[in-house]
Write a protein that binds this ligand. Structure first.
Ligand SMILES: NC(=O)c1ccc[n+]([C@@H]2O[C@H](COP(=O)([O-])OP(=O)(O)OC[C@H]3O[C@@H](n4cnc5c(N)ncnc54)[C@H](OP(=O)(O)O)[C@@H]3O)[C@@H](O)[C@H]2O)c1
Length: 313
């Protein structure tokens, strides 16, 4: 049985990765700071910022694969305390590379389309990155830590992730600077008869390749199962604008499109630096290497609808 060690498993993407590995029959252990409702996971209270504790934990568990999904997801804090931000992204990746090497595990770093500058799309797995934000720089530095330090390392970039948060199903979902959660935010608002303003502006991430969180987890399980190393794009098949994703969400969920509005984001809380406008990823190398087929955006939303009905029903 594959032994997996998943950080950030109480987060949106990480909860789906842990569930996907468990569904494939893996023994999944998760260092967490807070509760997780999935009884299939083995949980351990641990601060991933504590290198000695992480190394001791990995040496006890001796996983075959470590999936590093944890991040500091507090935009203002990242800018206010850049040393902490570096430690949370790059430092934890260095620690996990060391831990993975000690037990012979494959390290998979969950990364992002924001390592590109917004003009490079469709960016391939081997396109040289050029991040324009602090978040993008920290993710690229983490990717480089995997490349240079992990004896067996993989980078799994995800983008515009849609789906269900499996650890915090009641989390209030909001549109943000990336466009993860966008479909869920729209469904939540329109299903209650509220209007929803889809952001449109030249200085936001407005074009990206949606992914389904559960499918990202399945593709990462495939990387682990065949022991693949290198860079992978674990996303869907097609780039869309926020507007296209919003309208398709209405079609798939039978929601009233007339409740959609279009306009700029509210001031404040936005990324500093130059936000990448078009972060389209291509998946040709990933599909070829893993034998996987990326999902169309409609299929991503249809699967999300099934998952949502499954957890509600
Ligand atoms: N969401 C997207 O659309 C998207 C797009 C591109 C890439 N990504 C990548 O996907 C990954 C996950 O992102 P997400 O959106 O799922 O983030 P998220 O929901 O904010 O999850 C972050 C996770 O990290 C955990 N964490 C933070 N600090 C920790 C610490 N010191 N010790 C232990 N755990 C700690 C959090 O635990 P608590 O629950 O205790 O806070 C939570 O489980 C990241 O690598 C991100 O770069 C996401």
């Amino acid at each position: 049985m594959m032994r997996a060690y998943v950080t950030g498993a109480t987060g949106f993407v990480g909860s789906n990765i842990a569930a996907a590995f468990a569904a494939e029959g893996a023994d999944v252990h998760c260092p967490v700071r807070s509760d997780h409702p999935d009884p299939r996971l083995s949980l351990e209270r641990l601060d991933v910022l504590d290198p000695a504790a992480v190394i001791a934990s990995v040496e006890r568990r001796r996983p075959d694969v470590i999936v590093h999904s944890m991040i500091l997801n507090d935009h203002d804090l990242m800018y206010a305390d850049r040393r902490l931000a570096w430690q949370c992204y790059v430092g934890t990746t260095e620690t996990l590379a060391d831990a993975a090497n000690r037990v012979g595990a494959l390290l998979i770093l969950v990364s992002t389309d924001w390592v590109f500058d917004g003009t490079q799309g469709p960016a391939a797995e081997d396109t040289p990155p050029n991040p324009t934000t602090l978040y993008g720089v920290l993710k690229l530095a983490s990717e480089e830590a995997v490349r240079h330090l992990a004896t067996r390392g993989a980078v799994a970039r995800v983008s515009a992730v849609q789906g269900h948060h499996l650890a915090r199903p009641t989390t209030v979902r909001r549109q943000d600077r990336g466009f993860g959660y966008l479909a869920a935010s729209i469904v939540d608002a329109l299903a209650e008869g509220r209007t929803f303003t889809v952001w449109e502006a030249p200085d936001i991430n407005n074009v990206a390749t949606p992914s389904l969180a559960s499918e990202c987890g399945r593709v990462m399980h495939r990387i682990a199962a065949i022991g693949a190393t290198g860079v992978f794009h674990c996303c869907g098949a097609e780039p869309v604008t926020r507007r296209q994703l919003a309208e398709l969400t209405c079609d798939v969920f039978d929601l009233d499109r007339s409740l959609l509005r279009y306009g700029p984001p509210e001031p404040g809380g936005m990324e500093r630096g130059v936000v990448p406008y078009d972060t389209t990823l291509s998946t040709a190398i990933t599909s070829e290497r893993l034998g996987t087929t990326p999902l169309t955006t409609r299929l991503i939303l249809e699967r999300f609808k099934e998952e949502r009905l499954g957890t509600e029903g």
